[in-house]
Structures are given as structure tokens and as C-alpha cells.
Design a protein around this ligand. Structure first.
Ligand SMILES: [Zn+2]
Ligand SMILES: [Zn+2]
Ligand SMILES: [Zn+2]
Length: 311
């Protein structure tokens, strides 16, 4: 069982999940636990010889019932590829799977916040290369969504709605838009190539989205990952998180709010150089960046155009 301890100086919960030390670490393709179980082959986590999208409980959970949840979402039964290379319908189906998990986990008493995310690349600690993401159900409201709720309070309305209006008015940092979804490098990005993907309409969660919005959200996410891969002509590492409305009562004084958006935090600042979180970031909480968001947006727009040509 994992254990939660409250860190007084930081006012934050730390989860101790000691058993995670025994996790499978970068197995060879023939021993991938996320591949289908093929006739005569080794038994994997998925007891079928083919599948579309698979969800199961993480065998090495950071959180588990009755104190939260940890699930694995396998995007495809093909060992190779990424979110970007899935057929469009498969990426769209993934949005429906996310929505279903948000509803199921969010309905549980012990889950106060559902975080859907993907870590991609060894640079962000990936231990399995098979295209997949994860879902954590936290038994408390974590600090980042708390800050986003506080931003709604400070701006006296939905913060993502206000920020999106501003980005559309300025235009320089927008890298992709379709009828329902906009992607931009935020005005005050922490990471050199940080991108936020925001629904145009105020949608608290995936549950509030129309089918057409889910379809175009998937298309946008695929375009962003293609642009990333084209940027330095290599698979681009990132952390991708889905922020939505909390699924439990929020702390006193804060009304429940939230606006579905997806944030990408890529650790690369050049083709070879990683951004490390060091003295200022860790000790003071202040990010120092050597790239202006406007410049990154230009590079990403160009990369997106190159990726579209190659397709
Ligand atoms: Zn695999
Ligand atoms: Zn909004
Ligand atoms: Zn957010």
C-alpha cells in the first residue's frame, strides 16, 4: 500500500509508493507487457490477441482503492508508433475512453481529481515504449488544479476562457486552430515548447463535450504531436496532462469550476539540450527560460507545416 504524508513546509501531499521500485524497466519489444498476448507468446497484461484500446489497473499503483486509483490506457495493440501515428478514428475513440474513465473514476467517493496524462520518452522517465498513457484518481485536490481554481477566483471568471480570448486577440502564439479547439504557446510558458490546447466553448470536462468537439480535439492533439516530432526531426519527449473540473467538493470558498484543456510540457529546449529543473525552479519555484514563447510558436507553426507536407 502506498502512504500519503503531508509536507508542512510545502503544504503538499507526498505519495510513497515503495513497490514501484520493482516496475518493469524498458523491456525488449518481445517482452512488452502492453502488447497483446499472442498465441504461443508470453502472457502480457492484456489477455487478448488483438484489441483497439485497453484500460486496466496499474500493477504498480501510486494510488489505489479506497484511496484513489491508477490506471494504464494502452492506445493501440501495435508496439510501434505514437499518439500522432494512430488512425484518426482511433485517436477519436481514445477521447471517448478518456471521457468514460473520467466519469467512472470521478463518480467514486474516494476520487477527488482525475488526471489523465501521458509521459513520452526516456527523458521524462518512461519505462515502457508501447504507446500508452495513464490515469490517476487522487483522493485529494492536488496543488496544480487548486491553483487553476484560484486563478478563476482572481480573474473573477473562467481563467482558461479569459486566456484563450487573449491569445486569439494577440494571435502570435497560436499554432493551430479548428472549429472547436485552439492550440497556443502560452504567454508565460514555463517550458520552451509548452503548448496548451483549449476548447473554444466553456466545457468543464470531456463529459460536457459534443461528439464533434471530441473529434476535433483528437485531430488537434495529433497535429501538435506531429509538429513536435517534425520540430527537431526526432521523437519529441513530453509530458501531456488533461485538466478538467475536480470531481469532489472544492476547498471552502471556491466554487467548483474548471475548463477542459490539455497542457504539453516538453523538456527539450534544443534538439539535444534538456531543460533541467535546478536551483531557481526547485528552490524558489521560479522558472528561467531562454526561449521566448513567440519564437517557439513560430518554430512550431513551421514544424506543423513541414509535418503536413510529409503526410
Ligand atoms: Zn508493446
Ligand atoms: Zn471556460
Ligand atoms: Zn491547466
Amino acid at each position: 500500500m502506498s502512504e500519503l504524508r503531508f509536507n508542512e513546509l510545502r503544504a503538499e501531499q507526498i505519495a510513497y509508493a515503495i513497490h514501484r521500485q520493482e516496475r518493469t524497466f524498458l523491456p525488449s519489444a518481445g517482452r512488452c507487457p502492453l502488447c497483446p498476448t499472442r498465441p504461443g507468446g508470453p502472457e502480457t497484461e492484456i489477455p487478448f490477441d488483438r484489441f483497439e484500446i485497453a484500460v486496466f489497473d496499474n500493477r504498480f499503483p501510486a494510488f489505489e482503492q479506497p484511496l484513489g486509483a491508477a490506471e494504464v490506457v494502452v492506445y493501440t495493440d501495435s508496439h510501434e508508433g505514437s499518439l500522432a501515428t494512430l488512425p484518426a478514428e482511433q485517436a477519436e475513440a481514445l477521447m471517448w475512453v478518456w471521457r468514460h474513465r473520467y466519469r467512472e473514476l470521478g463518480a467514486r467517493e474516494d476520487v477527488h481529481y482525475v488526471l489523465i496524462f501521458e509521459n513520452r520518452g526516456v527523458e521524462v522517465g518512461v519505462t515502457l515504449h508501447h504507446p500508452h498513457g495513464q490515469i490517476y484518481g487522487y483522493p485529494f485536490l492536488p496543488p496544480v488544479p487548486q491553483l487553476e481554481l484560484a486563478a478563476d477566483q482572481r480573474l473573477q471568471g473562467c481563467a482558461p476562457c479569459a486566456l484563450l480570448r487573449e491569445e486569439l486577440a494577440v494571435g502570435r502564439r497560436v499554432i493551430y486552430e479548428n472549429e472547436h479547439v485552439v492550440a497556443y504557446v502560452p504567454y508565460a510558458a514555463r517550458w520552451a515548447y509548452e503548448v496548451h490546447v483549449v476548447l473554444r466553448e466553456h466545457r468543464p470536462s470531456l463529459l460536457a463535450c459534443e461528439p464533434a468537439e471530441l473529434e476535433l480535439l483528437a485531430a488537434c492533439l495529433q497535429s501538435i504531436v506531429r509538429a513536435y516530432d517534425a520540430l527537431f526531426d526526432r521523437p519529441f519527449p513530453y509530458v501531456m496532462v488533461v485538466h478538467q473540473q475536480p470531481t469532489a467538493p472544492t476547498p471552502s470558498g471556491l466554487p467548483p469550476s474548471g475548463h477542459l484543456h490539455i497542457e504539453f510540457y516538453p523538456p527539450l529546449r534544443t534538439a539535444e539540450k534538456l531543460k533541467y529543473l535546478a536551483g531557481s525552479e526547485q528552490g524558489a519555484g521560479t522558472f528561467i527560460s531562454d526561449t521566448l514563447p513567440e519564437r517557439s510558436a513560430t518554430s512550431l507553426r513551421e514544424a506543423l507545416a513541414r509535418a503536413a507536407e510529409q503526410a
